[in-house]
Design a protein around this ligand. Structure first.
Ligand SMILES: Cc1ncc(COP(=O)(O)O)c(C=O)c1O
Length: 374
């Protein structure tokens, strides 16, 4: 197995809700959630039921056939995003690849692609060209399409008639948890409209209710032409969605494809998760939980904290020291979190986390800071 896997010193064995257990039965409060993919927590009973039911029908059917499940999810998405087409794929990076190919084919002849500094859009070559971190790019730089990475405040003025597409995360996750300001979001939207450039919003981490709305773009003034979701969409099963305004057009008939994309097994879970989002009003629940949590984090009196940032259930604390030692201490104390860049501790709790969970995460974080600082 690639050395990329492992490294945390923890063998996951079982889980329920916000709790993950290792082989020895030690329980962890999971605010890591498989890089945010277990958005509904582990073994959510509604999703388990949907999975069992779907497992009795064909799991995969390829791209040529119609399927009731595909049509059902398409219908449910249409209610939330009227007038949109969807391409189903299997991961976040694939959703971005599809968005990039689509955008370029819909704006032939335009040469400029714009993205933001600190952006993270994935690791396959197209998506990697949009990702900023030089460490992630350097070995493959010679293979990557040309993308300009600019400061957020510079972006609106750089969008022009030669711009095919602009890629933006409503709140940057991996790059350090930076929410876009709504006034800047509105200016980016306006510049894209004026230049007829396509605005692609990457909500792979921020979307599907996590940040307080089904689409996080709506919270920061962004009006996407193309929208990407992944991570929590099917409760942690591999999926990516690329949605776009139908009136823009479509891929050419041989322009794209995927063997597993839109397989009925995973889409059934996505459909169940979407129903949970709406029937249980999870986006507004996420907004309230996030505010509560940031208040707790903001009350921690530590010289090692420089800023608390976030939206809904995507939060980060910028430290004056490296994040990893704190994350290790927290894991030893039974709380799982992850870094976002060198000095940000990132918290990606599931919807099912309750007040006591947030209190425990904040208390353990405080303890870890105190121990590290002493
Ligand atoms: C904003 C964003 N875009 C794209 C990706 C890539 O998704 P995946 O790891 O599913 O390929 C991620 C993953 O962390 C992400 O956070």
């Amino acid at each position: 197995m690639s050395g990329i896997y492992g490294g945390r010193g923890l063998t996951a064995a079982s889980g329920s809700g916000a709790i993950l257990r290792d082989e020895e039965g030690k329980e962890y409060l999971d605010f890591y959630c498989g890089s945010g993919a277990a958005l509904f927590g582990h073994s959510h009973p509604v999703l388990v039921q949907a999975l069992v039911k779907a497992s009795e029908s064909p799991w995969t059917i390829g791209i040529g056939m119609d399927s009731k499940v595909r049509a059902a999810l398409k219908g449910s998405l249409e209610e939330l995003l009227p007038g949109h087409s969807v391409f189903y794929c299997n991961s976040g990076t694939e959703a971005i690849e599809a968005a990039l190919k689509l955008a370029v084919s819909l704006r032939p002849g335009r040469k400029k692609l714009l993205a933001l500094r600190r952006a993270f859009h994935g690791r396959t070559l197209g998506a990697l060209s949009l990702t900023f971190n030089p460490q992630y790019r350097k070995e493959w730089a010679h293979l990557l399409p040309d993308v300009q990475h600019v400061k957020p405040e510079e972006l609106p003025d750089l969008i022009d008639a030669d711009t095919a597409a602009v890629f933006v995360e409503p709140i940057q996750g991996e790059g350090g948890v930076y929410p876009l300001s709504p006034s800047l979001g509105a200016r980016i939207t306006e510049s894209c409209h004026k230049a007829d450039a396509l605005l692609v919003c990457d909500e792979i981490q921020a979307g599907w209710g996590r940040c307080g709305a089904f689409s996080a773009s709506s919270l920061v003034g962004l009006e996407p032409d193309i929208l990407c979701f992944a991570k929590g969409v099917a409760g942690g099963l591999p999926i990516g969605l690329t949605l776009w305004k139908k009136n823009l057009g479509d891929f050419s008939p041989s322009g794209h494809g995927s063997t597993y994309g839109g397989n009925p097994l995973v889409l059934a879970i996505a459909e169940a998760s979407l129903r949970l989002l709406t029937t249980e009003a999870l986006p507004s629940h996420a907004a309230r939980s996030g505010t509560f949590f940031r208040e707790l984090l903001g009350k921690i009196d530590s010289p090692l904290i420089s800023e608390v940032r976030g939206m809904g259930l995507l939060n980060g604390v910028e430290l004056t020291i490296k994040a990893v030692p704190i994350i290790k201490r927290m894991q030893d104390k039974g709380v799982l979190v992850l870094p976002a860049g060198p000095s940000v501790v990132r918290f990606l709790p599931p919807f099912v986390a309750v007040e006591e969970d947030f209190e425990r995460a904040a208390a353990v974080f405080k303890e870890a800071l105190e121990e590290e600082g002493s």
